[in-house]
Design a protein around this ligand. Sequence first.
Ligand code: ADP
Ligand code: MG
Length: 725
Amino acid sequence: MTNGRLDAVEIACRKEPLVVEPPSKATSDYFGCKVFNRSAMRKYLSSDTRRMVYESIEQGVTLDKSVAEYVAAGMKQWAMEMGATHYTHWFQPLTGGTAEKHDSFAEPYGHDGSLESFSGKLLCQQEPDASSFPNGGLRNTFEARGYTAWDPSSPAFILDDCLCIPTVFISYNGEALDYKTPLLKSISAVSKATKDVLSYFGLGDEMVQSYLGWEQEYFLVDRDLFSMRQDLMMTGRTLQGHNSSKNQQLDDHYFGAIPSRVFEFMKELEFEAYKLGIPVKTRHNEVAPNQFEIAPVYEEANLAVDHNLLLMSLMKDVAEKHGFEVLLHEKPYDGVNGSGKHCNWSLGTLSGIGLLSPGKTTEENLRFLVFMSNILKAVYDNNALLKASIMTASNAHRLGANEAPPAIISSFLGKTVSEAFTELLNSKDMVKIKGKKIYSLGIPQIPELLVDNTDRNRTSPFAFTGNRFEFRAVGSSANCSAPITVLNTIVASQLIKFKKNVDKRIEKGEDTMTAILNETRETYKACQKICFDGNGYSEEWKKEAEKRKLDCESSAPITFDAFTSKRSIDVFKESNVLTEVELKARNEVFWETYSKKIEIEARTLRDMALNHLLPVAVSYKSNLLDIIWKAKEVYGDDYKKYIEYESSQVAEISKKVCNVYECCGRIDTECDRLMKIGSREQAVEFHDKVIPIMEKIRAELDTLEMIIDDQMWPMPKYRELLFIS
Ligand code: ADP
Ligand code: MG
């Protein structure tokens, strides 16, 4: 009998890198060549049309229908010259990925002709059937329609033969069915609230943006090995697999030399990303074997999110060409690091002022402390909500495990900023000094902050890193819109409160700077408990966090409750980002998705056990029994001393097989039972009842893997999945 696994291992080991010829041109010569960007617009749109499009992009002004006609005509001409024959509205349903339905430009014309058409209406709006996308009950069956609507702030691009137009996706009644709609609303909310506060500093006319730089971690695995693992194919992670004796203990993979097959993959991926205008910058090996990272230069949040989603789908396609499968799951392998997607987030003006960068003057530093304290307060007040925004069935494996931030949100500020805040708390008097800088705020100038980049705390989920916050708890497969929407929204809501309070102080007679200073001090005082500079992985921190009343819930389905707490509903409502109805619908989707994911995992594990692994265990047991039988024949009564090992293994195997078999039965009963109950309860029960059974099955199967003859084990093992590339 041949063992398919060993054949696949041999094939995988012999694979040569697919060498990608470097393009003969400089990157800048083809960067963005597949994007309808400003240089394409200059060629295909009149200056009046362009001006209106730019206004719409920068100021969120709605584009006039007649302008849309001109844009559509120019876009179509450009796309056809680039070889496109189809177009699609590219959107982000709550499934997590992206969706597209292609339509051809071709329209019948006359009796036997056809011509290419693409109108302003088709650019602006489409009506895909919403009934097959998660909607959490927002859609009554007779109103199956959903609408996609053009988002001019993210440029159209070409994939293969298709012009892709980034869009929002909303229901018949206008409720958001996607991630982009609330993101855009949150950007406008935080922009407005920030501008209002900036007016104290004479910057009220600035356009404000929220910025995002993501760092995408991922695993690569050989496709031949991947296709022999039902669990990887069905769920994106291994549900069984004994740890490899060597994994990441030696820390020899991080930043190590990139294997040549992987290197060729990366080169081609970057090449494709540049053509689509994705400014990727950094590539390196990550901590675990066969784990890597790619990161771009940060961009406006909406564009950055689209670029991340686009990159994730490019990765899949390019990996396939190189004989790899890319794993974006947060925890594909037990016992080694999982993958995250750090979201570096900041606020800044379009003119280039970073609001989370300390400045040179006292006033600039006060402005810096204003934004820092308000962000910290927002995170403190809404720490449960922020956690909910990054919680999924897959990221739950990573949070709280010993390599990722714990399932508790806290913030690390670093020494310099912490000291500045301490000074602020202690200082009461302000000293008048000459000239424009009229106040000595009792806070030191903060140029050393730049040094903070080295002063890192890897265990903090929300760390300040010099000019931005790095939200580390976000999962590798996530749509970053979810956490960025929440961040923007809670910060907007906090800034509005701050502004009201400062205005009240001014009304009562405090002068503006004193009012700001006093309010900043109060704001920081009220949220100090969110700051934690120690080891976030430690047990002591968990206890301390409970004392501080930070949210310590680790069950994903219960975490989702934070979306519909009274506080969250108010925060989302006042910033006009999501209504109560939309929030409730989203929670329905999150619970349903959670349950479905766990159910698929449970049933896959059961199939693997019953169809693949237990039969092998039983065959091996039969081999052992054969030996025992023969020993009896040969050695007669004396035989037992010759088969000690074999007998003990038979007993072990029998016990484990029985346990697994019994647990598989329970999986069936539980899954069937849970199909009949409501979505929240169902998700909670999947977490509480089904996951522990899966863990038990896994433990037994992992030990069986060590007992059974390696030649017979049918599925690629960890050492093969992790080390072949
Ligand atoms: P590290 O691994 O040290 O955290 P990387 O260089 O891998 O840093 O990634 C940092 C990310 O943060 C990059 O995408 C970078 O462009 C982004 N970034 C830098 N400054 C800002 C900022 N002000 N706002 C948002 N993102 C930023
Ligand atoms: Mg990094």
